[in-house]
Each structure stands twice: as C-alpha cells, then as structure tokens.
Design a protein around this ligand. Structure first.
Ligand SMILES: NC(=O)c1ccc[n+]([C@@H]2O[C@H](COP(=O)([O-])OP(=O)(O)OC[C@H]3O[C@@H](n4cnc5c(N)ncnc54)[C@H](OP(=O)(O)O)[C@@H]3O)[C@@H](O)[C@H]2O)c1
Length: 267
C-alpha cells in the first residue's frame, strides 16, 4: 500500500522527498498530488516523476490524502494553507517542513489540526540522514512514521530541539564536506594527486563510519588501537589536540543553531 500524499509547494525539498518516496516505493506516481503556484514547476514535476499536480487546489485529492505536506517557504502564505486544510475536512495528517514556523503558529486558527513539524534531512537521495520530528497532541505517530521514513531515518524530538537538530543534524553534511576538503588538501599538500587524495579520503570516511557502526566502540578505543606508542598516529594526534580542530567544529555547530533560532524569531 502506497501513501497518498498532497503537497503544497513543489520546490526543491518537496521534490527531494517525493523522489526518495518513489524510489523506495512508499509513494507511487498516482498517489502524489502537488499544488504549486508556478505552472512551470507543476509541468516539470509531472514530466519528471509522472505525478499529478495543479496550480489551484484540488479539493477531492486533498480530502482523500493521508498526508498533507506543507512545503512552502516561511515567507509564503502558509497560514492561508492551514485554513484551506481545516476547511477541507480532510482527516489527513499535516506534516510541515517550513523552517522556523512553530506548531503553535500552524494551529493558531485550528487547535485540532494534527501537525507534525519536521526538519527534513537533505541526504534523501542516499538513504542516509535523520529528520527531526515534533508532533502535537492530535498527530498520530503511527500514521506519519512510514511517510517520514520514506526519505531517511526519523528521530522524534520535543519541538524545542528542532533548532538544535537543524544546526547540528540537517546542516551536518556541511561539516563533513569541510572536513573532507581539509583532509584531501592535506593529502595533496603531502604529495598525492588530487584524485588519489580524494579516493583515499572517501574510502576512509566511509570505512571509519562503518567501524563506528559495526563495533559500537567509543572512538577513543579505536584511536587507542591506532595511536600506538612512538608511532605515526600519536604524532598526528598531538597536533590535532594542540589545534582548535574540535573547538572549530563545535563553534560552527553552535553558530548554526543560534542562526536557526534568530531566523525563527525574525518572522
Ligand atoms: N531546501 C532545503 O534544503 C530545506 C531543508 C529543510 C527545510 N526546508 C524548508 O522547506 C521549505 C521549502 O524549501 P525549498 O528549498 O524547497 O523552497 P522552494 O524551492 O522555493 O519551494 C517552495 C515552493 O512553494 C511554492 N509556493 C509558494 N507559495 C505557495 C502556495 N501558497 N501554494 C503552493 N505553492 C506555493 C513556490 O513557488 P514560487 O517559487 O513560484 O513562489 C516554490 O515552488 C521551506 O520552508 C524551507 O524552510 C528546506
């Protein structure tokens, strides 16, 4: 059984969610309907994925949907969309990806609306990545769970952790990309070709992640094995410990969390 989805806003993030859902068969092309104010966007989504869509509301589709996805931007008329959903009498679960818009704001005109506010992960094409999801009292976790898992893993969190999740988790790949660049530049600096440096770093990145996952060990234990007395590893370790490597990453995450909160407050 595929999930019937009605999405308001057919932008980049909604497209990524639909693409992942179609790929792993949680969605089927005829179970997805998108309303976007741009006809060009509807045309593109229909041609690319075979889904249905329109620039105006399709009441029967909305009423029949199991999940209604709010995928517009914070500056768009999401308040009008919540009223449209309420008036439609749909029994659907509402899932919002709108950054910074709180459950209280989404339910301001209808306290009975079942709302799940998520910060979606952006690694949807890979099968990796956690989305953070906060539910109000009317939302049904069992009903939204298959949809949320169709584009990655899901962590059910209190709403006050959404900003932390955004700065740490959803912005997370950025920290990894930066680490990868720093490491591969080191390989080139030391004398490898760019191609060699990239290939070795990518392999180590994936292998080290797998080691953490498979062994379940604290990384300090793995470092103890690798950093033997007088060996190569412990000399590199000393340089890392003497640098602001760890503090740099930590400060970046805290800045991202702060900025998320600031953006939410600006609305
Ligand atoms: N992209 C990400 O990585 C990411 C990650 C986490 C969360 N988010 C959140 O996801 C949401 C969408 O982001 P995005 O990057 O996908 O933005 P986007 O590509 O600009 O998508 C928004 C789409 O919604 C359409 N739209 C605006 N008002 C509408 C309405 N009343 N009814 C129907 N469609 C409407 C827009 O059309 P026009 O362009 O013609 O106005 C646009 O196509 C945002 O709230 C963002 O905070 C995004």
């Amino acid at each position: 059984m595929t999930i019937s989805l009605y999405a308001f806003g057919g932008g980049q993030m909604v497209e990524a969610i639909i693409r992942a859902g179609l790929k792993n068969k949680a969605l089927s092309a005829d179970s997805v309907f998108v309303t976007d104010i741009a006809q060009s966007r509807i045309d593109y989504l229909q041609q690319t994925y075979g889904i249905k869509g329109a620039t105006v509301l399709d009441q029967p589709q909305l009423t029949a949907a199991q999940i209604v996805l709010l995928g517009v931007r914070p500056q768009d008329d999401w308040a009008g969309l919540t009223q449209t959903i309420s008036q439609s009498q749909t029994q659907a679960q509402v899932v919002s990806i709108i950054a910074g818009v709180t459950i209280a704001q989404l339910t301001a005109t209808n306290a009975n609306l079942p709302v799940t506010r998520i910060i979606p992960n952006t690694l949807t094409d890979t099968g990796f990545g956690y989305s953070g999801a906060a539910l109000n009292d009317h939302a049904d976790q069992a009903l939204v769970d298959p949809f949320l898992k169709s584009f990655g893993k899901v962590d059910y969190i209190p709403e006050n952790q959404i900003d932390i999740y955004t700065g740490y988790g959803v912005a997370g790949p950025n920290y990894i990309y930066n680490f990868y660049i720093a490491l591969t530049n080191a390989g080139v600096l030391a004398g490898l070709s760019r191609q060699q440096a990239n290939a070795v770093a990518l392999e180590n990145l994936q292998g080290a992640a797998k080691m953490l996952e498979l062994t379940g060990k604290n990384p300090n234990e793995l470092l103890d094995i690798n950093n033997s007395a007088g060996g190569v590893g412990i000399y590199a370790q000393h340089e890392l410990d003497a640098s602001d490597f760890a503090a740099g990453i930590q400060n970046a995450v805290l800045a991202a969390v702060r900025r998320t909160t600031e953006l939410g407050a600006e609305k």
